[in-house]
Each structure stands twice: as structure tokens, then as C-alpha cells.
Design a protein around this ligand. Structure first.
Ligand code: DAH
Length: 340
């Protein structure tokens, strides 16, 4: 029996050494410890052995050795596999450079900030206002009663509760007058909505920058001065402005403020249709009804207001031809502003 076991032992050791992986080990285990394996057949031969007790002991020792050796080899193989994995894994390299796509500010954000900065230095506060407003805020407080024809220009989106998406930043005028009283200098940029069919010049969603200055002895000269200064800051050159009469129920008198064409400087070119002027900002002296509605003493104070088309300004400043590019989410169009 001992010789048989010794023979099996040496063949087992050889096989174990050459086992390259888990599958080889399993095959060896079955060959030696399986139901029909060598250890089982040794046991079967025990019946005829002369010295059953010693032979049985030897078989048991052999069986334990085989089991122990297989478990040990299993562990060694597992360890080696792990080390190989770690070795082949990419190491952290702090000097590696990753190309990362950086985002960019939206051109409207850039234009807003420039206008805000120009007005801030002239003592204006910057106000934020809700996009959902009441009929009173958007129209009635602005001297536009129900059924006034001026409402036709500003069809918008109504909520079930009667509120609406503001059509103009002027909708904040009343609340801001009530909040601060006079004297007051404020600008309030905002997103506006109108029920419009869209084309290169019209969008249902666009931005305006409203401004108001209320104090004693405010006149149109103040309005012209502030607008000219702000526009020269934003466009980084001297901008000529002119006023034409315009009608808006909340100002009297009301104007359209034009700026000298940015392309030809006023000579006349295709961009300004040969006029030399571009329409930019409706404005006027705040109507006494609107001042009164805001709680301002009209015997003492007057004021101007303007509703700068921020989207239009951004189109002019950055040479954007189609207003729909702003809301398109088209990164090819918008990412051009990365370096600005
Ligand atoms: N809210 C007007 C509009 O969207 C623009 C406007 C005109 C604003 C005259 C003003 C103003 O503040 O004085 O059509």
C-alpha cells in the first residue's frame, strides 16, 4: 500500500506543479479525491489489505495532504491572478492631461452682464422679477386697461388661475415703485413671452432689460444721457442716438430710440437698409397714471423708463442673424462665444 501511495504522491506533486489555472486544479481534485478517484480506489483496495489499520492511516494522511496541497495551490493561483491584474491595470498618473470640453456663457448672459455693469456704475440697482405675473402687473398698472388695443400686440400664455407669462419687463414697474418709492434708479432684466409665430426676427421667448429713473426734475435729456453712456460702454465705441415718437400707454411722451448703425457708423448700408440708424430701445417719460399707481407723488417727481431689447442688443453686438439660435440649444452656434 505504501508503495502505491508513494507512486500516486509523486505523480500528484508533478501534476500540481504544472497546473496553470483553476480548471487544471479542479481536474486534479476530481482525479484524486473524486468518487472514482485514486483515494477512493485505495479505500476500495483496503478490504484485501493485510494491515488494514496502518494502510487506512496512510490513505487518510495522503488524502489530507492532497486536500491541503490543492487548497494551498488554489490560494497561490488566486494571489498570482490578482497581482497580474494589478500590474496590468492603468496606474494613476498625475501628469496625464485630459481634454475636457468647457462650457461657455450664453450670449444673452454676456450681454446682460455688460449692460448691468454699465448701469451699476451709474447708481442703478438691479432687480429680479418673476416670469409669471398678474394681469394687473403686466397691463392694468401700466395704464393698459382691459380691452385696450395695445394688448393686441402682446398676446401671451395664460395659466388656469388667470396669471400669465409676462410679455414685457415693464410688468415689474409697479412693484418696484411700491418697493422703493422715489427717488429711484433701477434696472430689471427678464425673460418675456409672447404668442408669436417665429422667424429669424421673432421668438416666443426673448429678453428685455427694463430701466426706470424717478427723481425731481427728470427729463428726456437724462434719458438720452444714460442710454448713450450705457450703449457706448457696451459697444465700446461712441454711439449716436436719436429719438422718434412712439406710442406706449405707460409713457408720455413715448419714443423709439435708434442708434447709429454699428456696421456703417451712420453712412447707410444694407444692414440698416440704407438708413444709418437701427431701432433698439423704446422709452419715454413715465405716464403720471403709472407713477400714481405705483404710489409716487406726481407733483414732486417725474421719471423715465425704457425697455431695452436685450435679445436684439445681443444680436447686434455679436452679429447673430437668426434670433432662433438663442434658444435652439445648438452648441455649434452658442459655443462660438467661449472666448468672449
Ligand atoms: N414694454 C414695451 C414692450 O415690450 C417696451 C417699452 C416701451 C418699455 C416704453 C418701456 C417704455 O419702459 O418706456 O413693447
Amino acid at each position: 500500500m505504501k508503495d502505491r501511495i508513494d507512486l500516486l504522491k509523486s505523480s500528484f506533486e508533478e501534476k500540481l506543479l504544472s497546473a496553470g489555472g483553476k480548471d487544471d486544479l479542479e481536474a486534479i481534485r476530481i482525479e484524486y479525491l473524486g468518487k472514482k478517484g485514486h483515494v477512493a480506489s485505495l479505500m476500495a483496495g483496503l478490504r484485501d489489505a493485510a494491515d488494514k489499520k496502518t494502510a487506512g492511516m496512510l490513505i487518510n494522511i495522503f488524502k489530507n495532504e492532497v486536500e491541503g496541497a490543492i487548497t494551498k495551490r488554489q490560494e497561490e493561483l488566486r494571489q498570482a491572478e490578482l497581482e497580474a491584474k494589478i500590474r496590468s491595470a492603468k496606474k494613476y498618473n498625475p501628469s496625464l492631461r485630459f481634454e475636457r470640453e468647457l462650457g461657455s456663457y450664453h450670449p444673452i448672459t454676456l450681454a446682460t452682464r455688460e449692460v448691468e455693469e454699465a448701469f451699476r456704475t451709474m447708481g442703478f440697482t438691479i432687480e429680479d422679477y418673476s416670469e409669471v405675473v398678474t394681469d394687473y402687473e403686466c397691463f392694468e398698472s401700466l395704464n393698459i386697461p382691459k380691452h385696450h388695443p395695445a394688448r393686441d400686440m402682446q398676446d401671451t400664455y395664460y395659466l388656469d388661475n388667470g396669471q400669465l407669462l409676462k410679455t414685457q419687463t415693464s410688468a415689474a414697474q409697479n412693484a418696484i415703485m411700491k418697493k422703493y418709492g422715489a427717488p429711484l434708479r433701477a434696472i430689471f432684466p427678464g425673460r418675456c413671452f409672447r404668442n408669436e409665430s417665429t422667424d429669424a426676427c421673432h421668438e416666443n421667448t426673448f429678453f428685455q432689460m427694463e430701466g426706470m429713473m424717478i427723481d425731481e426734475d427728470i427729463s428726456i435729456s437724462n434719458l438720452i444721457y444714460f442710454m448713450k453712456t450705457m450703449l457706448s460702454e457696451v459697444f465700446k465705441r461712441d454711439i449716436k442716438v436719436r429719438l422718434r415718437p412712439g406710442f406706449f400707454p405707460f409713457v408720455e411722451p413715448g419714443f423709439e430710440l435708434d442708434i447709429s448703425c454699428l456696421i456703417c457708423g451712420g453712412e447707410g448700408c444694407p444692414s440698416c437698409k440704407g438708413e444709418g440708424w437701427l431701432e433698439l430701445c423704446p422709452c419715454g417719460m413715465i405716464h403720471p397714471n403709472v407713477l400714481r399707481e405705483g404710489g409716487i407723488d406726481t407733483d414732486k417727481y417725474t421719471g423715465f423708463a425704457f425697455g431695452l431689447g436685450l435679445t436684439r442688443l445681443a444680436m447686434m453686438k455679436y452679429g447673430i442673424k437668426d434670433i432662433r439660435d438663442f434658444n435652439s440649444g445648438d452648441l455649434k452656434a452658442l459655443s462660438q462665444f467661449k472666448s468672449i
